[in-house]
Design a protein around this ligand. Structure first.
Ligand code: MOS
Length: 770
């Protein structure tokens, strides 16, 4: 069914939107003027808190000897479960976890129990960081250890099928997939294994809590969503929402771990209230591995049934992963498997096992990223088995509508992504035979994969104040992960108000500003820019009212509907010569400034439709893309080096190709990291991470990455939001691990299905027959 476009798609007057503007906050960052959350150091009486965490993964605190620590220089206070002030609410039931929007159904230091290694058991507060750190070494917390469970792989672990994971059912069924698989002429079954990944943003989690009065709290926090943090903190501390102000002006990355209000964020104001001083708490790098979640260890078995021609008949998917003692948490891998290709039957089942770990959490494209590894490797295996080109098999199974919902796509340019990517990469020169291309003794392979990421729903407010002299202050309580929120919204406001971006001041990162969505789920670009655009349109409407009532205006007595706006000028639709500039009108009307507000919404709206009982939207909304990769594999060392990379992404309107390109490069690099080197190792006996630092948790550095080619397919999507921007932060990582594995297969004739593909695994595979 064809419906009216939701948004008229009147682009703000062509101007700086779509131009590669450099980051407006770049100068502040490179000159050190940008103030990050841990840098509000001038607060009067600021003291420093450090966490003391448990080395054992399971047990009970048997005794605490704080004597020496108390007497250490500069110590202000020491808190353990015995004297920590009580929270108003703790997320210790599933209902409370949900109500509090908490990342775990657990809060530490409420009893003597220890459930995971790295769990905070004490907070030490002192006048300086060094004093707090030293005192923490003197504090003796003895824990009686019990045998922990480290993961679902432990034979003692109890596997179960949860009712729900992250709001999705534990079992999803569409058609009779098992039967369809059993009778399919072509059957592929494979198991895919993922290591634990940690987000490891450059900037660690950090909170400064400042009680300005006994009932007014300001928190400077490394959060991706100030409104979420404000809500969670106010409820857990027993405050009204307006008593809590959350500030975050700059973030040094997040990738999902800063989307949530983790224990240290709550502990900071809790102890600050007790000591009567502002408290700063910064996680150490090792604490980042047990303080803000991770991508869970998991394996997926995918059974793929197809016709002899390569058309999908059935997908049967199972995922097994580790969760915490309290939560049924798993990233929802099945969603992408259900929508990526036309397939008449689908079934997915989650298996979980509780272990002594903290709850895993959203990590860049949670679900789609690992899910795409299974489906995109399997599709490649299908192509190889049937002698089809990898792109051909994907085109053969192209989903013309959303298989999961049956809805038409709001827009989809995946075929264009394949075509342009293939062109840029030179895919037509690919030797169809694996293991045939060499560069000296090095094996060379080419692989590709599809990317997709949903347009989740977001909703947010913005305010735009235009001054008669042509300046504007535009505001939304958004956060900028470092990806360009400041910049794109400056561009949108500049065009909408017909002024230079230099004259726009875009403010974000403060809960006193109009509230908006978190920077997560790839929602911020579309939601915030649309809100800003609509707030500027509200300014237009007010100006039009003034103009048509003003005898001196060329638009006097015109019907408001006949007035259009272009480049900061009101004019008659029928006769553009009749009109005047915003500033002219405002000066004559003695309007020093004029303020517009609006609520912008974004995306599929399923959640909202569910909550309000209104009709579900009629379009499925996704960003799509394709990644192309060349690898060089050293058959003696087992090393895999990515030597060429092309990504083509269709993400609706690209507001700024420079910041967008950086997003795609960043996402792809993080995916290459997961493919080749990123893994956190949890000791199977102690349930403790053995490599909780950046020396042994390897992330890609420049030397690991070739020059990357990124292009966008221009899309006009009238259903997504007022700006038609889909968001590209997460689609950029989806499919990347598969593209690399597919290239390794092409280079070596060996399929690697366990991530990361480290040299030991590559060498072992090379020792097997092809
Ligand atoms: Mo993202 S993993 O939605 O911050």
């Amino acid at each position: 069914m064809d419906t009216e476009p939701t948004f008229s798609q009147t682009n703000p007057t062509p101007g700086v939107v779509g131009q590669p503007l450099s980051r407006v906050d770049g100068f502040a960052k490179v000159t050190g003027q940008a103030k990050y959350s841990a840098e509000y150091n001038r607060l009067p009486g600021l003291v420093h808190a450090v966490l003391k965490t448990s080395d054992v993964a399971k047990g009970r605190v048997a005794s605490i000897d704080a004597g020496a620590a108390q007497k250490a220089p500069g110590v202000v206070a020491i808190f353990t479960h015995e004297n920590l002030p009580k929270l108003a609410r703790t997320p210790s039931t599933p209902e409370e976890k949900q109500a509090l929007n908490a990342p775990m159904g657990f809060f530490p230091m409420q009893s003597d129990q220890v459930f995971y290694a790295g769990q905070p058991v004490a907070v030490v507060v002192a006048d300086t960081l060094e004093h707090a750190q030293y005192a923490a070494t003197l504090l003796k917390v003895s824990i009686t250890p019990e045998a922990p469970l480290a993961s679902y792989q432990d034979p003692k672990a109890n596997r179960y099928v949860p009712k729900t994971v992250k709001g999705a059912p534990g079992v999803t069924k569409r058609g009779e997939a098992q039967a369809a698989f059993a009778s399919a002429p072509v059957q592929l079954t494979a198991t895919y294994v993922h290591a634990i990944n940690h987000h490891n943003p450059m900037e660690p989690g950090a909170t400064i809590a400042h009680w300005e009065s006994p009932d007014r709290l300001t928190v400077y926090d490394t959060t991706q969503g100030i409104a979420w943090t404000q809500k969670t903190l106010s409820q857990m501390l027993g405050l009204k929402i307006e008593q809590v102000r959350v500030v975050n002006k700059f973030l040094g990355g997040g990738f999902g771990c800063k989307g949530w209000t983790w224990p240290h964020v709550v502990l900071s104001p809790l102890v600050a209230r007790a000591v009567g001083r502002p408290v700063k708490l910064v996680l150490t790098r090792p604490q980042m591995f047990t303080g803000m979640g991770h991508r869970e260890d998991q394996e997926q078995t995918l059974r793929l049934g197809a016709t002899k021609e390569g058309k999908l008949l059935a997908l049967v998917h199972e995922k097994t992963s580790t969760t915490s003692p309290w939560d049924d948490y798993a990233e929802t891998n099945h969603k992408i498997l259900d929508m990526l290709y036309a397939c008449p039957a689908f079934e997915s089942t989650y298996h979980l096992a509780h272990a002594n770990v903290m709850t895993s959490t959203s990590t860049r494209a949670p679900g789609e990223m690992p899910g795409s590894f299974a489906i995109e490797c399997s599709m490649d295996d299908l192509a190889a088995q049937l002698g089809l080109d990898p792109i051909q098999v994907r085109l053969l199974n192209h989903a013309d509508k959303d298989p999961a919902t049956g809805h038409p796509w709001s827009s989809k340019s995946l075929k264009e992504c394949y075509q342009r990517g293939a062109e840029l990469f030179g895919w037509s020169k690919r030797n169809p035979q694996p293991g045939q291309t060499r560069d000296g003794k090095t094996l060379v392979g080419w692989g590709m994969a599809t990317a997709a990421y949903p347009v989740h729903s977001g909703k947010g407010n913005a305010r735009a104040r235009l001054y008669a002299d042509g300046r504007a202050v535009v505001q939304a309580g958004a956060t900028d992960l470092g990806t360009g929120t400041y910049t794109i919204n400056t561009q949108v406001a500049a065009d909408a108000l017909g002024i230079s971006p230099d004259n726009v001041r875009f403010e974000l990162g403060d809960s006193t500003l109009p509230s908006t969505t978190i920077s997560g789920g790839s929602m911020a670009a579309g939601t915030v820019s649309s809100s800003v655009y609509l707030a500027c349109q509200d300014v237009w409407q007010q100006l039009i009212k003034v103009a048509v009532a003003d005898k001196k205006s060329p638009l006097y007595k015109a019907k408001p509907a006949e007035v259009v706006v272009t480049k900061g000028r009101l004019q008659l639709k029928a006769d553009p010569s009749k009109g005047e500039a915003f500033g002219e009108l405002m000066k004559r009307a003695s309007l020093n400034d004029i303020e517009g507000t609006a609520t912008g919404r974004y995306g599929s709206g399923y959640e909202e439709a569910q909550a309000t009982g209104s009709a579900a939207p009629e379009h499925a909304m996704h960003a799509f893309g394709a990644h192309f990769c060349e690898v060089h594999v050293d058959p003696e060392l087992g090393t895999v080096r990515v030597t060429k990379w092309v990504s083509v992404v269709a993400g609706g309107r690209i507001l700024n190709p420079k910041t967008a390109r950086s997003q795609v490069i960043g996402g792809s690099i993080m995916g290459i990291g997961a493919a080749l080197m990123e893994q956190t190792v949890r000791d199977p006996n102690l349930a403790r991470y053995t490599n909780a630092d950046l020396a042994s948790y390897h992330v890609c550095v420049n030397a690991d990455i070739p020059a990357m080619r990124v292009e966008f397919i221009d899309e006009h999507d009238p259903y997504i939001n007022a700006m038609g921007a889909k968001g590209i932060g997460e689609v950029s990582i989806v499919g990347v691990t598969a593209a690399v594995s597919n290239a390794v297969l092409h280079a070596t004739g060996r399929r690697l299905r366990s991530l990361p593909m480290t040299p030991d695994k590559v060498l072992a595979a090379l020792r097997q027959p092809a």
